[in-house]
Design a protein around this ligand. Structure first.
Ligand code: GLN
Length: 548
């Protein structure tokens, strides 16, 4: 029988609940326990797949093809496990299930209500992953902030579970903020007191308070919080701002968050935490030997969370290469033939980002051309790969007006076309080509050298594909289509062998990069950027020598 830890948030959003939850899960896993982690989101969308990245950041896709909240990305990166459809539940999905049951007559004439029908469905989903003895602990992060109208049914479900399950099988960790008032030079506990009070009014009492703070909490302050919030003093955990999210598990270890949970849950069998790989990664991350600068060409650049997994993959790949990866966002909407040189000349590599729709497309194509012609390491992901195909079509093959039918349905050269199976679909949610599909890699290719394998599984999220009617033209002109889906022939990887590093992939390698298993493509791309940077500096120093 699994035990359940719920993580709630108070005072304000953006306190990093996902990171705290993932850090706690990591520590329990490092102590030898079988842990999984899930997120319950209070919004009415059935899943985040239809949300614009400006709303909640990137949409993370799991191996089994679920479109989920970006916190699942943190869970996978921290725990090195695959999450599934079951690990992300929204209010929309709960209601959809209950309403479908009602339509099927499953409630036998009863009035269908929030309590018990909605809360029963929530509880069913909260307990689901713990039921077949695969896990010792199921951690559930409740999205939103305590006090929001929409998270009430989730909190009520937690209350009922606290009441139904034995005391030692369920606990609640509440994340709050202790703001520091500069003028008063003081940390303030009142917002936390209010937040715990509000939570208690719903009948849920937290066992642990994790307090986000910019300044250390003195024992005296911890005592005050403990007294007013009715928790043990040792259960008031200080969560100071960290220089990187990957530092947080070690902070939580120091504060004994994991041990306090284990004690509350009466778990006595556990090991000393094995965090060797984690610490080795952190060491490399904190003490890089050099730096590379990567231009991230995208259109959602105002919001860092829109490209979360890409940015984290750069961190993993940077540590592997012992370099600091500085990512500079470049808005593709503002790249023109005239300013491209000035905008891109200082980079050691370009990543052209995934995306949808027309806005910013031409700038991406101009950026690809610059990288191709200047031997600048290039990495295109999904839409980025499609832009590389269009650029090559227009500028190398001379296919004037070549385009993707996504942006230009009447293009004379639809080099990127809608996938056959997508043509019959008219609903938006969950209907793209989603999740892991196989890709077979040519032996004689950069991709093969990078992966060291001929058969890989990578995750997808797209409706359009390389149009194989143009395949021969591309291949004859020197583009290598080095990876294909073995059943359908869908082009998954393109590369230019006469370029130092030019690769585009239809899938999203960033979704499988973890601390312990960085994505090979990112690692090689950063390696190529490092070489590019070194060659630039050696050209510079030879020029300087010549002057002397
Ligand atoms: N819009 C493109 C497609 O649907 C690319 C999608 C993406 O970049 N994730 O095929």
């Amino acid at each position: 029988m699994a035990k359940y830890i719920f993580v709630t948030g108070g005072v304000t959003s953006s306190l990093g609940k996902g990171i705290i939850a993932a850090s706690l899960a990591k520590l329990l896993q490092a102590r030898g326990l079988r842990v999984t982690i899930q997120k319950f989101d209070p919004y009415i969308n059935v899943d985040p797949g239809t949300l614009n990245p400006y709303e909640h950041g990137e949409c993370y896709v799991t191996e089994d093809g679920a479109e989920t909240d970006l916190d699942l990305g943190h869970y996978e990166r921290f725990l090195n496990i695959f999450t599934t459809q079951a690990n992300n539940v929204t209010t929309g999905r709960i209601y959809q299930t209950v309403i479908n049951k009602e339509r099927a007559g499953a409630f036998l004439g009863k009035t269908v209500q929030v309590v018990p029908h909605i809360t029963d469905e929530i509880k069913h989903r909260m307990l689901l992953l713990g039921q077949d003895d695969k896990y010792d602990i199921v951690l559930t992060e409740i999205g939103g902030t305590v006090g929001d109208i929409e998270s009430l049914p989730f909190i009520e479900a937690v209350r009922q579970l606290q009441w139904e399950l034995p005391d030692e099988d369920v606990m609640v960790v509440h994340l709050t903020l202790i703001p520091y008032l500069k003028a008063a030079k003081e940390l303030k506990t009142k917002p936390t007191q209010h937040s715990v009070k509000m939570l208690s009014e719903t009948g849920v009492h937290p066992d642990i308070l994790v307090c986000r703070t910019e300044e250390p909490l003195s024992e005296e302050l911890k005592r005050k919080i403990a007294l007013f919030c009715n928790v043990k003093q040792e259960a008031v955990i200080e969560a100071m701002d960290a220089s990187t999210i990957y530092e947080v598990p070690l902070h939580m270890l120091r504060e004994k968050l994991d041990l306090i949970c284990l004690r509350k849950l009466n778990i006595t069998q556990f090991n000393e935490p094995n965090l060797d790989k984690w610490k080795a990664f952190l060491d490399k991350l904190k003490y890089p030997k050099s730096k590379v600068t990567i231009g991230l060409i995208g259109k959602y650049i105002e919001l860092q969370d829109a490209y979360k997994s890409i940015l984290e993959s750069f961190i993993h790949a940077g540590a592997m290469n012992e370099v600091k990866v500085q990512v500079v966002n470049v808005h593709s909407e503002f790249i023109t033939d005239e300013n491209v040189q000035e905008k891109l000349q200082n980079f050691d590599g370009l990543l052209v980002a995934p995306g949808f729709g027309l806005r910013g497309i031409e700038g991406k194509i101009i950026a690809v051309k610059y990288a191709r012609e200047h031997g600048l390491p290039f990495f295109g992901i999904c839409l980025g790969m499609q832009m590389a195909v269009i650029e090559f079509g227009r500028n190398v093959l001379g296919l004037t007006g070549a385009h993707s039918v996504e942006m230009e349905p009447n293009t004379p050269h639809p080099v990127i076309n809608m996938m056959e199976e997508q043509k019959k679909i008219n609903m938006m949610g969950g209907t793209m080509r989603l999740g892991a599909y196989p890709c077979e890699i040519d032996q004689n290719s950069l991709a093969h050298r990078i992966y060291g394998e001929t058969y890989i599984l990578e995750r997808h999220r797209h409706r359009y594909e390389f149009n194989n009617a143009y395949l021969d033209q591309y291949v004859n002109a020197g583009m290598l289509t080095s990876g294909k889906n073995p059943e359908t022939g869908l082009v998954e990887i393109i590369e230019l062998p006469n370029h130092p590093f030019f690769i585009g992939v239809q899938y999203h390698p960033e979704l499988k990069s973890t601390v312990e298993r960085p994505a090979p493509l990112f690692v090689s791309f950063i390696h190529a950027a490092k070489k590019f940077n070194e060659s630039k500096s050696s050209v510079k120093s030879t020029a300087k020598d010549a002057l002397i």
